[in-house]
Design a protein around this ligand. Sequence first.
Ligand SMILES: *[C@@H]1O[C@H](CO)[C@@H](O)[C@H](O)[C@H]1NC(C)=O
Ligand SMILES: *[C@@H]1O[C@H](CO)[C@@H](O)[C@H](O)[C@H]1NC(C)=O
Ligand SMILES: *[C@@H]1O[C@H](CO)[C@@H](O)[C@H](O)[C@H]1NC(C)=O
Length: 270
Amino acid sequence: MACRKSCSEHQTKWVLAGSASVALLFTIGMVLGFTLQRGTRSGCEQDICRPDADMLEYLLSLGQISHRDGLSVTWYHAANSQEEMKAALSSNSMVLEADVTVHGLNTANETGVPIMAHPPAIYSDNTLQQWLETVLASSLKGIKLDFKSLKAVGPSLDLLQQLTEAGKVRRPVWLNADILRGPNVPLPIEVNATQFLALVQEKYPQATLSPGWTTLYMPLFPNSTYTQAMVEKMQELVGALPQRVTFPVRAVMVRAAWPHFSWLLGQSER
Ligand SMILES: *[C@@H]1O[C@H](CO)[C@@H](O)[C@H](O)[C@H]1NC(C)=O
Ligand SMILES: *[C@@H]1O[C@H](CO)[C@@H](O)[C@H](O)[C@H]1NC(C)=O
Ligand SMILES: *[C@@H]1O[C@H](CO)[C@@H](O)[C@H](O)[C@H]1NC(C)=O
C-alpha cells in the first residue's frame, strides 16, 4: 500500500512497539471499507457519506478508485503535526491515518486532551479537535484514527460524536487500536481490548473497527508471524460486534500467516 512517508525510516524509529499502525502495515483489504478524499469540495451529500460507510464504497462513489480493491487505496501515514497534516491534505492520498494520544500522557502535565502524536511523543502542536475540524472542512479524505492510549479513546469518541451530530462527519471513520499481543512483542503495550471495544459501543458505534495486534519485526527471525491462537483471540473479541471490522496487519508477516487470516476472514460475512 502506498505509504506516503518513508516507511523504513519510520519503522526504525518505532521498532519497539511496532504497532499495527507502523508504516509497514498493510491494511489487508480484508474486510471492508477504506476512505479517501480529493481536493476541496463542498461536502459529500450522498447516502454513502456516513462514518459507518464502507470505505471502498465511499471511494468508489467519489470516483477515486475504479474497482473494489483495497490495494488501489492510497494512505497518508502519521498525518499528526500541523505540518504533516497540511502535507497530507495537499497530497492525493485518499485516506489519512493519524495517531491519537493524550497531552502529557503519564506525566504531571497530563490533561486528558486528545492530541495527534505517536509514542513516545506526548506533546503535539495539533489537538484531535483541531485536526478533525481542519480535515473535515478542507477535504473528503477518509479517516483512520490510531489510538495509542486507552485514555485518549473516551474523549476522542465524544468529540467525534459531537461533530457527527453537527452533521460534519460525512465520510467513513475507522477506529484503530492494537488490542492484542502479536508476533515478537515482549511487553504488554496493547490497548485494553475490552475497554476499547466497550467505549466504541457506548460512545461511537457508528464507525468501522480496526482492531490490530502489536507487532515487532525481527530480521533475525524473518519467519515469525501471527499464530492461529492470535487470530482466534481476535475472533472471540470482535466476532459478535455489529460494526464493520478491518484488520491492520504487518505486511511482511502476512504471507506466512495467510491460513490463519483466511480462517479469520471466513468467520464473518462482513
Ligand atoms: C511539563 O511541561 C513543562 C513545559 O510546559 C516541562 O518543562 C516539564 O518538563 C513537563 N513535566 C513533565 C513531568 O514532563
Ligand atoms: C482490561 O480491563 C478490564 C476492565 O477494567 C480488566 O478486567 C482486564 O483485566 C483488563 N485486561 C488486561 C489484559 O489488562
Ligand atoms: C524460525 O526459524 C528459526 C531458525 O531457522 C527456528 O529456530 C524457529 O523455530 C522458526 N520459528 C518459527 C515460528 O517457525
